[in-house]
Design a protein around this ligand. Structure first.
Ligand SMILES: [Zn+2]
Length: 259
């Protein structure tokens, strides 16, 4: 039983503690090329959440890891079978209710640890800022290592590519589909350009219809992935995020917080 993980701990333990920081991971249920499970983003939420909370707990942080929300926003993946959608407004309402629960239990410092690019959570922070005493922090963990990404990985990864597949190889290899020769069942994860240069260059953005963008739901070539790369990435995430949790746990919420 890990006392920093709510899903495993119990009332007898919890009622003797006052937690300073809650970490709420947010995942998704969606296809990930032909080789990764539908729960990939949810498993990543569990995994990254566990590693960073364990490290922070060992360094004295009063942190509690909440169960990962297993559904996310998939409006642009509904042509792919069994992608399960929560609209942005629904997801925002779910997060708002959970934040309100935490505030009632006296936890004001709350970290949203997001694994899924379709989950737009910044508007939730802006809206809750208007009426909730909660201090909300958003971490899209897949965005926090751009400075060293190419020291670890060869290929860009948008979805089910080298980075996500490396994490799977390191931490849940039993859920990766492989051919009899050991290769991944995945395709190359190529993505199609739109007919507009302004969109392809990123000057104008859209929500991308995934069935037109990809061939099998993958965006990024996964074939150079390795367990070693996944472990290196996790070390980096723990190094950066556990330190933040330790500092956040120790920080006093005063009128100038977080400045
Ligand atoms: Zn994913």
């Amino acid at each position: 039983m890990r006392p920093w993980k709510l899903a495993e701990t119990n009332y007898g333990t919890v009622k003797q503690q006052q937690f300073e920081v809650a970490v709420l991971p947010l995942g998704a249920t969606e296809p990930h090329n032909l080789h990764l499970p539908y729960s990939a983003d949810t498993l990543e939420g569990d995994l990254v959440g566990e590693r960073i909370c364990e490290a922070a707990h060992q360094r004295g942080a009063k942190v509690i890891l909440l169960p990962t929300v297993p559904y996310g926003t998939q409006t642009n993946q509904m042509n792919l079978p069994l992608a399960l959608n929560l609209n942005p407004s629904t997801l925002g309402a779910v997060v708002g209710d959970l934040v309100d629960s935490l505030v009632r239990h006296g936890i004001l410092k709350i970290v949203l640890l997001n694994s899924h690019g379709g989950n737009e959570l910044k508007p939730v922070l802006r809206e809750l800022y208007g009426w909730s005493p909660a201090k909300l922090f958003l971490c899209n963990w897949y965005n926090i290592f751009a400075d060293v990404y190419h020291e670890i990985f060869a290929e860009k990864d948008d979805h089910a590519g080298e980075m996500e597949t490396s994490l799977a190889m390191a931490y849940y290899p039993e859920l990766i589909a492989r051919n009899p020769d050991g290769s991944l069942t995945a395709d190359e994860g190529r993505t199609a350009p739109t007919r507009f240069e302004a969109i392809n260059r990123g000057w104008v953005s859209i929500t991308r219809p995934w069935h037109l963008l990809t061939t099998n739901a993958g965006a990024g070539n996964p074939h150079a992935a390795s367990a070693e790369k996944g472990r290196r990435l996790m070390e980096l995430l723990v190094d950066r995020l556990a330190t933040f949790l330790v500092e956040l746990s120790a920080a006093k919420v005063d009128e100038r917080f977080p400045y």
